[in-house]
Write a protein that binds this ligand. Structure first.
Ligand SMILES: [Zn+2]
Ligand SMILES: [Zn+2]
Ligand SMILES: [Zn+2]
Length: 241
């Protein structure tokens, strides 16, 4: 937290130094990024991401999209347009906030070359199937995503304070579930730690993770508190399913 000198912000435990929430999924030869936060460039450099076949966006909040320009390095390296999926409201916002992307006057290397695509139903990229998972995020309806590939099922819902029945039904038989659990105190647009953990237990994935944490949670203390059932991830954590 900018300007904060609390125990977590000044901790020497690197797991307490948190960039904004995002996910990189590699399955069946597809390399998929979920959200491009303001520190997207630092994330991909720090953790050695060298290929992006598609970008999925959960919603157009600043902490999830404002690193988008650096997708251009991937379209340049790969010499192709990269598909970018989001619900229609998100794609509309992206076209507005990154309006230079569609202008033909720029050279191939100077802007992200992407194909903005409205995502309203499941889509398949090679042998990976991606299903949008509508959830409540305060007053907004936004998406999490279900990934199915290599015989595994992973769901990622980073911003959420309510899961409708239709979405909950998609969360059966998961190998991994990653869910918003912002902080111990209640919040109007995010699940608290308790709400998140209750949902993770109800969902019952083979592996459960809490995410979108703030400086209210010390990594070591929170992991001690949650025990074995729920993992507190850290930046750059890799999980093989
Ligand atoms: Zn702090
Ligand atoms: Zn948000
Ligand atoms: Zn967020």
């Amino acid at each position: 937290m900018i300007g904060c000198s609390c125990a977590v912000c000044t901790s020497s435990d690197l797991r307490n130094r948190r960039r904004r929430s995002s996910l990189y999924v590699v399955a069946a030869n597809q390399h998929i990024v979920v959200d491009t936060p303001p520190d997207f460039r630092d994330q991909v450099l720090s953790f050695g991401v060298e290929r992006v076949d598609a970008v999925f966006l959960t919603h157009p909040h600043a902490d999830h999209i404002y690193g988008f320009d650096d997708v251009r390095r991937f379209s340049t390296m790969q010499q192709e347009h990269i598909p970018v999926y989001g619900d229609p409201r998100t794609i509309k916002q992206m076209r507005k906030k990154f309006d230079y992307v569609d202008r033909p006057s720029y050279g191939f290397e100077s802007v992200p070359r992407v194909q903005f695509t409205d995502l309203v139903e499941p889509v398949s990229l090679g042998d990976v199937r991606i299903t949008p998972l509508p959830v409540s995020h305060g007053m907004d309806k936004i998406n999490g995503f279900l990934f199915e590939g290599d015989g595994q099922r992973l769901a990622y819902i980073p911003d959420c304070n309510g899961i409708p029945d239709e979405t909950f039904q998609c969360l059966e038989n998961l190998d991994a579930m990653i869910l918003d659990g912002l902080r111990p105190e209640p919040h109007p647009t995010h699940f608290s730690t308790r709400e998140c953990v209750d949902y993770l237990h109800k969902i019952g994935a083979r592996q459960s993770f809490i995410t979108h944490l703030t400086h209210s949670s010390d990594h070591h203390d929170l992991q001690q508190q949650l025990g074995h059932g729920v993992t507190v991830p850290w930046d750059g954590m890799e999980v093989k399913l």
